[in-house]
Design a protein around this ligand. Sequence first.
Ligand SMILES: [Zn+2]
Ligand SMILES: [Zn+2]
Length: 379
Amino acid sequence: MEKPPIIWTNVLVFAVTFTIAAVGIPAYEIMVGFTWMEIVATILCLGYCGMSITAGYHRLWAHKTYDAHPIMQWIFAIGGAFALQNSALHWSSDHRIHHKFVDQNDKDPYSAKMGFWYSHIGWMLREYQAHRYHDYSNVRDLQNNKIVMFQHKHYLLLTVLTNFGIPLFLGWLSGNYIGMLLSVGFLRLVLSHHFTFFINSLAHIWGNQPYTDQNTARDNGVLAFLTYGEGYHNFHHIFEYDYRNGIRWWQFDPTKWLIKSCSWVGLTRNLKVCPEDRILKAKALMQLKRAQVKALQLPNAEQILQRMEHEYQLLLERMQAYFELQKTLLAQKKVGMQHKKAQLIQSYNEFDLRKQYQELREGFQFQQRQWQLFIEQYA
Ligand SMILES: [Zn+2]
Ligand SMILES: [Zn+2]
């Protein structure tokens, strides 16, 4: 099959920026030397670009996992142009297709099944999907967003202004134009590009799959560090409407921390999270699947599988009972706050319900431990 035509603009941008950074940075360091000002400015601008993509393009616009104040949206729109990753509208359209048709080589724009190079950068070097390049039918909601559309319309101007304007402005401040252009201009852009590209390539190749094996997406703590939390990609592909990617407190997800902390001052709202029981269920199912495969190789497989199924069913039952009562209690609390009479009835019922809730919680937590201990034998 003949390969589609090369997109020379993209090839040149990637090749030139990479070459200047790879040659210019070490050469300048040897001949002149960077100061702390260039280093700090590069790290800050790298973070600004990266988070504009993760918190803005990805979690806000592509997935609508929360709402953001126009101030935040403008910051992301400008940072996204600075990151030079196409307009938010185009990026989101591509990304929604990626989720809908993940791993389908003919539809997923950066299908991981096409290999590392293709999913990392190759997909942008040729006109693989020219037929749908201007089809924005899957982002009609974003077409009503004035900030997104302004950025889309003036994207080229914004990229030039940010990519030359910011380094030159910083160069004027520090009195070192060349140093800032090399570090904040070129090095920052190249690193920012490839760190984001890792999400499409490495995060679909390297890591584990705690929540689903229905696609190639992986959870990977190392990648999360480079991608502002997006490395928890296995979780993200199954629960894409959750504003978090790393859901545990110890998981590195600064994008989540940014969105959450902005909600405290009213800059973000309606943060969506997936119900905990659905997450636990998905995880338990994956544990069961893996353990079943291992157990099948053992001499007393039938016996083990029976016990496994029993423990698993018990876990699901206790999980459901606990979370259902939790929901009822939460709903009652809401009503109770609105009506005095309901509040009175609630106080009568409360004691019994609280006791029942406590019991269900203990029962569920006990079974969770039992399940964990049992399943670890076949991990
Ligand atoms: Zn996504
Ligand atoms: Zn993905």
